[in-house]
Write a protein that binds this ligand. Structure first.
Ligand code: F6P
Length: 536
């Protein structure tokens, strides 16, 4: 249920959402638009002035954030209250990247000392593996790591590794997530069990894909090592250390239940990256996120990067009925960012009931998708420019992606895409171009509408000079806090994920039928026929 003040704020936002107002005209209407709608934070520059909101729309969105008490709810999160309502848990990923000696509490329990202790263990272990002081069971240094995990136990570390890895890393880090044995087979190809460390990452240590892959990796190690030797090659990262120990992990790095899976990359979940990158890089990564935390806590709402990014999305979804957003990182090293954001945003806010269990009265998370630029321009940008639906775009732009030169051929495309989406091309202009290029009237009549761009399509630019551990940390923390603010405004629980459970249960029932030799009578005809066909 929503209160009267909230309803009034929603009504005002929708009234201020004018789908006809042309974005480009707003710059003249509000000469302060660019400065009003851009913000610097923790090494990032955000430009939201190409979004669809007029000055009135922008103000109405900020008013909604105030009515939704974003600042108070932010304090609850940082204060360790049970903001994950349905699981009765605190949500304290900021505590994982706090400076040593911080004083976070989860449901009243002090947790920072434990965070510092695990971080110290991680640092010592990472450096020992890198130096060769920590060896495998036969005394050889580790040359390869296999990170086994899925969802939040995989996507964050993959982004970090792809974003920050050197061209010739000293450690060959490979990731395995899918239960498809092809995934593990590809990862193990060319590796030597004696010099390979397997890191099994699972918050619950019950996820079927991860347990199956951990079994496969253990069998691969066991073919070359004794059980005692194997324990040095097989470590666990989990909130269930007993389960990891029972599974045969030689040692375990723990984190707590107040760390959400999709918010866990700041913990030992990223141990493989800390080993691969070195501890100084991982500390700098934590430091960048900490800087964004500080900005999020200190900055006024109207100059708060996560808040403005959230409000732009709420304005598009609820004000203008736009239920998709594309994210295009203009940096090859950020190619995994869209996949990471799909889980972060859609698993957090892809909900249909409010925190009190009542049906949502407004929109919630749109479909988030994307590919790195410029690749996406040659794939789905046709629809972003000329499709019937307006799909807001977000460009994450890195000036210097490889060396010390600014990569203008890359970022010029990002700027051009934002400009083209905003300006479009009128039919008159398309016609004039056709005639100027030698088309006759009949040809121009035939082609002009095909070459028309509606324009007035919104985008946000997020810009950084270089992709460093610090700017990557700030970027990911920016999106975490944006996701939180959206959840506050939509009044959903951003920190549970009951929607993933039913499929898991039904998969187990299907496997029971498979073990019994074929579909049971209760199975619907479609699923039964598919199973029969797939059983061959
Ligand atoms: O099923 C969804 C999910 O629970 C995600 O929320 C989580 O990140 C992923 O599976 C992996 O879970 P775990 O880390 O417990 O293996």
């Amino acid at each position: 249920m929503t209160d009267a003040a909230t309803e009034a704020a929603w009504t005002a936002l929708k009234a201020a959402a004018d789908p006809v107002a042309r974005i480009v005209d707003q710059f003249a209407a509000d000469p302060e638009r660019l400065s009003r709608m851009s913000v610097e934070a923790a090494g990032l520059y955000l430009d939201l002035s190409k979004q669809s909101w007029t000055r009135a729309g922008f103000d109405a969105a900020l008013a909604l954030a105030r009515v939704r008490q974003v600042e108070a709810r932010r304090a609850h999160l940082f204060g360790g209250a049970a903001v994950n309502l349905t699981e009765g848990r605190a949500v304290l990923h900021p505590a994982l990247r706090a400076a040593p000696g911080a004083d976070y509490h989860a449901l009243g329990e002090p947790v920072s000392a434990e965070v510092d202790a695990v971080r110290a263990d991680m640092a010592a272990y990472a450096e020992a593996v890198r130096s060769g002081a920590e060896t495998g069971g036969t005394g050889k240094a580790f040359k390869a790591l296999v990170h086994v995990g899925i969802g939040g136990s995989d996507l964050g570390p993959r982004v970090v590794w792809d974003a920050l890895r050197p061209l010739s890393p000293t450690v060959d880090l490979r990731f395995v997530a899918n239960i498809d044995p092809r995934d593990m087979a590809e990862a193990l190809t060319g590796l030597d069990p004696e010099t390979t460390l397997v890191v099994v990452v699972s918050k619950t240590f019950t996820t079927q894909e991860t347990l199956a892959n951990a079994d496969a990796a253990k069998a691969w190690l066991a073919a070359a090592l004794t059980p005692e030797q194997l324990r040095k090659h097989f470590i666990g990262v989990t909130a269930a250390p007993d389960k990891a120990g029972a599974f045969g992990c030689g040692r375990t790095f723990a984190f707590r239940d107040w760390v959400g899976g999709r918010y866990s990359l700041w913990s030992a979940v990223s141990l493989s990256c800390a080993i691969g990158l070195g501890w100084d890089a991982f500390e700098a990564f934590l430091g960048g996120a900490r800087a964004m935390d500080q900005h999020f806590v200190d900055a006024p709402l109207e100059k708060n990067a996560p808040v403005l990014l959230a409000l732009a999305q709420v304005f598009n979804v609820d004000g203008l009925g736009r239920h998709a957003r594309t994210v295009a990182p203009y940096a090859h090293a950020l190619r995994r960012l869209p996949s990471f954001l799909q889980q972060l945003e859609m698993e957090s806010n892809g909900k249909r009931v409010h925190r009190d269990g009542s049906p949502v009265s407004h929109g919630t998370c749109p479909v988030v998708f994307g590919e790195p630029g410029t690749n996406g321009q040659h794939a789905f940008f046709q629809q972003i420019h000329q499709g019937p639906e307006t799909v807001p775009a977000e460009f994450v732009i890195v000036a210097k992606t490889h060396g010390n030169e600014t990569e203008s051929p890359l970022w010029a495309n990002a700027l051009a895409q934002g400009q083209a989406l905003m300006l479009g091309k009128t039919t008159e202009a398309a016609r004039a171009e056709l005639l100027a290029s030698g088309s006759g009237d009949a040809e121009a009549d035939r082609l002009q509408t095909h070459k028309t761009f509606p324009g007035n399509r919104p985008s946000t630019a997020i810009v950084m000079d270089r992709l460093t551990p610090a700017t990557l940390g700030a970027l990911i923390a920016l999106y975490e806090h944006k996701t939180f603010v959206e959840g506050v405004i939509w009044d959903v629980n951003s920190f549970d994920q009951w929607g993933v459970e039913l499929g898991k249960v039904l998969a187990k029932a299907i496997l029971k039928d498979v073990a019994a030799g074929g579909p049971s009578d209760e199975l619907d005809p479609s699923t039964a026929a598919l199973m029969t066909r797939l059983l061959g």
